[in-house]
Ligand binder design. Sequence first.
Ligand SMILES: O=C(O)CCC(=O)C(=O)O
Ligand SMILES: [Fe+2]
Length: 390
Amino acid sequence: MTKSITRSIDACASHYGENANEMREYLLNGEKNALAMNNRGPIEFDEYGDLAQNIKSQYQEYGFYIFENVIDKKELAEIEIELAQLKKTFPLEPYGKTTADGKPALGADNQAPNLIWSKSLGDPLGGTAIANGRHQVKLFEPEAADDLPAFSPFVLLGSLQFSESCLRTYAHPQLLKVAEAINGKDFAPFHECLFIKDPGVGAAVSWHQDGDTHWENENFDQDIHGFNFMAQVFGSTAVNGVWVLPKSHKVGRVDIKKMVAEAGSERLIGMVPLICNPGDVVICNRQLLHGSFANSGFEPRVTINFGFHKRSSVLGVMGSGMHCEAKVYDESLIEQRSKVLGYAIDARKQHFPDETPYQYQPFVEANKTFDWDDQAKQEIKDYNLLDLSI
Ligand SMILES: O=C(O)CCC(=O)C(=O)O
Ligand SMILES: [Fe+2]
């Protein structure tokens, strides 16, 4: 089903010195346990058009589900081509303003944050106060090879303004039907980004839970912090992929330092990697404990990441300040932030005229239509200043 990554497992483990055998076993066991789970398969709907009950219940039970073969080969090929072009627009140096060939780099005159860099194979978030200190421990940072760049791009925020193919994927009708099934027809946007984990340089994302705002909410439930879709362009493996702790979305905030102490290392007990082929899309509850090791293997990973919330989780709520400046989210802000979804649906409709576009209930009720054109392209510049960060 998935391709063997033995060479990458060996290469990754070899970085861990006296823990090399332990790391190797951890990767192999994680892979085996992940593949033994039954929360994967195509997106399926029942006779009423609702998400199949078994998918809903597996997602509710484990906190994630792997939808297989969602993005077809043609769409994937377009994404790959565009990502290669996008990379050429990255600055030559971290946070620089010009590309290798002297042109203005991506985001050079943007206000909102966009391309985030890391030391190659580093863990830039672990053990820091960034994102309200949610990455409680620092993961091991392997040494990158001398002939590879010392710093590398790691996350691209506000990604939909930079990539039309990702904008179109954001409006995938089946995925939006899933969003509706989990968060209701009036679901609200959250935030979008690319996680870029190039072989030999891609940084780690230390263990964390994404949710921030509602842990003490009297109406707390397992869906209150929403979910992320993680669409895999090149696939995802035990070495380069996100690892999750199944069912941890139900238990509130977890004490990661205590879990490290219990495991005797950063290799936490019970975690499994998200093993995906190109075109698979994971739905991942934001309360699930998760993270990824530095990519010291040979396969690339790019995740097209986009999340959605229940409207009740964001309306009238003070944002966490993690993705943009903290503010209270009112109806008009949510409406403004939702425009990108309107443009995405139209961009997709123009590009795939034979597909039935998704109908977003709030637009239908307000009788709103959107045209993806040059003006819209200008309009979505810096749209991520309005991310709904909770
Ligand atoms: O892709 C990764 O490595 C980390 C993803 C993550 O933390 C997230 O999507 O919230
Ligand atoms: Fe996360």
